[in-house]
Design a protein around this ligand. Structure first.
Ligand SMILES: [Zn+2]
Length: 301
């Protein structure tokens, strides 16, 4: 029997946990669902990631409000993926910050990504009809941007570390508490999604830079498995098919990572993207709902 598409039948609510990571630093984790965070300034807060819808964002803000009632001055979005950005309107942030590359991706493929992600994981799109449209930034930067938190709270440094999970990911560093929000560049006990990735940049220079922060608190926690790329390359060089590469990868990684959230969901898209890179396709092709289903049928069907 064919596997149901991506996470379309994953309808079980996850347990959400607000963690006080350090003094004035909060993270909401949810068993493999996208994490969000906040860093508290003297008179305002800096929010990191927005969740998929305003309703999902409000659930997070209700929990946060047990700890601080300061207004949201800045909302930082680490990359363009719909499940991280479309809840932005709930924050009433004075400014929304993205990298230049992410802002360009929103314009180029934000609409398609919204449709694709909604189809892949509808559970995250609570009350999706409230989404007012694509989320656009009021502040963008190419490499780094700093926010002074006021008082003795230090500052927040936003940094582009190179292409990785997408073309425009940034990390958010709070030196004072040694906390790094790494977005989807790093995952902990959840499968990596690499369908829009630059595998070779990510696995080398980009992750080296992330590691160099030597963070005491890393929101995330697993790197790219370089061995996966080797297996793909072998299948590609030996004139194998995409399906061969998929099966070899599944066989190799399944026993160790198969029980992690969204492993089956991610793998076909990840294998397809790495295959494209071996074919010399520099920038990720846009995932549309049609292409999502085509690749799924070919590999998981
Ligand atoms: Zn992502």
């Amino acid at each position: 029997m064919a596997k149901p598409f991506a996470s379309s039948t994953d309808l079980t609510e996850k347990t959400e946990t607000l963690e006080v990571v350090a003094d004035g630093v909060y993270a909401l984790t949810a068993e493999g669902d996208p994490n969000v965070g906040v860093i508290e300034g003297e008179d305002f807060i800096v929010a990191i990631e927005a969740r998929a819808t305003p309703a999902a964002a409000r659930d997070w803000l209700v929990k946060l409000r047990e700890h601080t009632d300061k207004p949201v001055r800045y909302l930082i979005l680490t990359h363009y993926h719909a499940v991280r950005v479309l809840g932005a309107s709930a924050f009433d942030a004075q400014d929304i910050i993205m990298s230049n590359a992410t802002a360009a991706l929103v314009e180029e493929r934000g609409e398609q990504d919204w449709a694709s992600e909604f189809g892949r994981m509808p559970r995250l799109f609570k009350q999706h009809e409230e989404i007012p449209g694509l989320t656009r930034p009021s502040i963008t930067f190419s490499n780094s941007y700093a926010i002074d938190l006021g008082g003795d709270r230090g500052r927040v440094d936003l940094q582009f570390c190179g292409r990785g999970h997408t073309e425009g990911d940034i990390v958010v560093w709070h030196e004072k508490t040694g906390t790094l929000f790494a977005g989807d560049l790093v995952e902990a006990q959840a499968a990596l999604y690499t369908g829009d990735a630059f595998h070779f940049d990510w696995a080398t220079g980009t992750l080296d830079k992330v590691k160099a922060y030597n963070a005491e608190h890393l929101i995330g926690g697993r790197g790219v498995d370089r061995r996966t790329a080797m297996r793909h390359r072998a299948a590609h060089k030996n004139g194998g098919t995409l399906k061969d590469a998929f099966e070899a990868t599944h066989t190799a990684l399944g026993p160790k990572f198969g029980h992690w959230p969204i492993f089956e969901h991610c793998l076909p898209f990840n294998v397809q993207r790495l295959w494209d890179e071996f074919d010399g396709i520099e920038r990720p092709r846009i995932w549309t709902m049609e292409r999502d289903r085509e690749v799924w049928a070919q590999l998981q069907g």
